[in-house]
Every structure is written in C-alpha cells, then in structure tokens.
Design a protein around this ligand. Structure first.
Ligand SMILES: Cc1cc2nc3c(=O)[nH]c(=O)nc-3n(C[C@H](O)[C@H](O)[C@H](O)COP(=O)(O)O)c2cc1C
Length: 162
C-alpha cells in the first residue's frame, strides 16, 4: 500500500475478527517496531507479546478490556524509551499491520503497576491487533478522500509559519 494512503486510511479499530494473525506477519509487525529510530539510537524497549492467561490479566489493567480480550495479537512496549520514541515505535507497528489488512488500537492503562507486574517492566504502550470484524478496504477511496473524511482538526488550523 502507498505510505500516505496507509496513513490517511488508518483508523483505530477495536472490534476484531477471530481470524488468527500468522506468525510471519506478527514477526513483521514486531520488526517494524524494532526498525524505529530512537534518540541516540538507544532502543530502550522490549516488545512483549502477551498471550493466554497473562493477556486476560493485562486486559483488566487497560481502560477498554474488550480491545485486548478480542485481539488476535497483543503487544506491550516495555522499557525506558522516551515518549517520542515509544510513539514512533507504536505507529510503525500499527502501519506495518495496516499494510497487511490488520487493524489496531493503542490502549491506555488504568493500572500501570499491575501491567508492569504482568509484562516484567514498565509498560509504555499496549497495542491490540486483529483483522477487522467489519471488513475495511483502504482502496475504496483515494488518500486525499480518506484525509478529507478523517475526524481531525483542519490542517490550516494546525499549521503556522514564523
Ligand atoms: C496514548 C493513547 C491511548 C489510547 N487509549 C485508548 C483506550 O484506552 N481505549 C480506546 O478504545 N482507544 C484508545 N486510544 C485510541 C484513541 O481513542 C484514537 O486514537 C482516537 O480516537 C482517534 O481514532 P481514529 O484514528 O479511529 O479516528 C488511545 C490512543 C492513544 C494515542
């Protein structure tokens, strides 16, 4: 998929199909995280794939547990990376997933301490991934049209020159 089309058509989706994500695709999503730049290339992160009973417990630590319970893949970004770096890493994983038709959502933590206990370190982001419950096809409209329809503040309101 064209990069700008992927960016423009990506929405945070919370309802996932039961279809599993193949191991190679899960690996590619994680690799997109690994490839992210970070300040001084410090890479102060680990990617924790949370499954089974641990995932059930992690679900109870986020604001929207069903996002995690219904996900085909749940990844916690753990460690001491700067917020800017965590954001880059998370978005790389989510865009690499979307490129393959897998939707995703970041999940805010209601109980960071419990999440740290489950994941074995400070949890900086919890990402849920899965094939969409309601099929979504980015090619049905142009990137410009996706951009126009996005629920975002207008660019002219966000941009200024000094
Ligand atoms: C740091 C962060 C935390 C978020 N936490 C949650 C959350 O706890 N639950 C949820 O359903 N969505 C969560 N979201 C998703 C936002 O609601 C979403 O990015 C925003 O509404 C835009 O959605 P859209 O891309 O579908 O338009 C989070 C997003 C970010 C960046």
């Amino acid at each position: 998929m064209d990069t700008f089309l992927a960016i423009a058509s990506k929405r945070d989706e919370r309802a996932y199909a039961e279809t599993p994500i193949a191991d190679e695709l899960a690996r590619r999503i994680l690799d997109a995280g690994r490839l992210s730049g970070s300040a001084r290339n410090a890479q102060r992160w680990e990617f924790v794939v949370v499954e089974g009973e641990a995932r059930e417990r992690l679900a109870a630590t986020v604001y929207a547990p069903e996002n995690v319970r219904g996900a085909a893949l749940t990844v916690a970004i753990v460690g001491g990376a700067a917020p800017f770096d965590v954001g880059r890493c998370a978005q790389n994983m989510m865009l690499a997933a979307w490129n393959e038709g897998v939707v995703s959502c970041p999940n805010g933590l209601r109980d960071p301490e419990a999440a740290a206990g489950i994941c074995g370190g400070e949890v900086r982001a919890v990402l849920s991934f899965g094939y969409p419950a309601r099929p979504r096809d980015p090619s049905v409209r142009s990137a410009e049209e996706w951009s126009r329809r996005a629920n975002r503040r207008p660019l002219d309101e966000l941009t200024r020159r000094v």
